[in-house]
Design a binder for this molecule. Sequence first.
Ligand code: BEZ
Length: 217
Amino acid sequence: MMEATSQEKPTFPRLGQPAPAFEAQTTHGVLRLEDFKGSWLILFSHPADFTPVCTTEFVAFAEIAPELKKRNVELCGLSIDSTYSHIAWIRNIEQHFGVKIPFPVIADLNKEVATLYGMIMPGESKTETSRCVFVIDPNGILRAMIYYPLTTGRNMQEILRLVDALQTTDKHGVATPANWKPGEKVIVPPPATAEGAEERMKAGFETKDWYFSKKAL
Ligand code: BEZ
């Protein structure tokens, strides 16, 4: 396992590469990245427990958890707070908002996982993680990253849309256009040879030109 301490420089995870391995204390006991193998994982950080924007996000993540489950996606939160703080906050959310938090939350007091994933943006805060989302596929490959600032709550529909787009790409070998939603036409990857370009014009897709074809799934 790669390990980092708060003294070390942050590493910068890269799309298409294995997500950094971790072992961490969570509200569901000790968990390792490899415990999620075989499922998609959304690992996300929030700045701090008992803060208002984060509270709205936790409620919203809990609300989309059943939709994510249908897609074989697990959630795991993280902040630089203790397990006791996480437990107290989760209980407080249930008390005030009537929402049970079904996913584990990493207590990253020594900033080990936050450092490995580059979740701390010193320009924003040296003591809190920014609002990061890492989408990790069932083989442990990092497939997408989203970074939001401390002051902006994330959009759960966009996170669901991103998962749908990645899973559609994997299943059908296609790409998805701007603002794509499930059910809409997808992009057929452009041909890589002159001969392929010639053939593309007769391939029966909805083709504007050799490099731009869409099709329904
Ligand atoms: C919040 O969750 O409300 C919050 C956290 C850190 C900075 C600003 C807002």
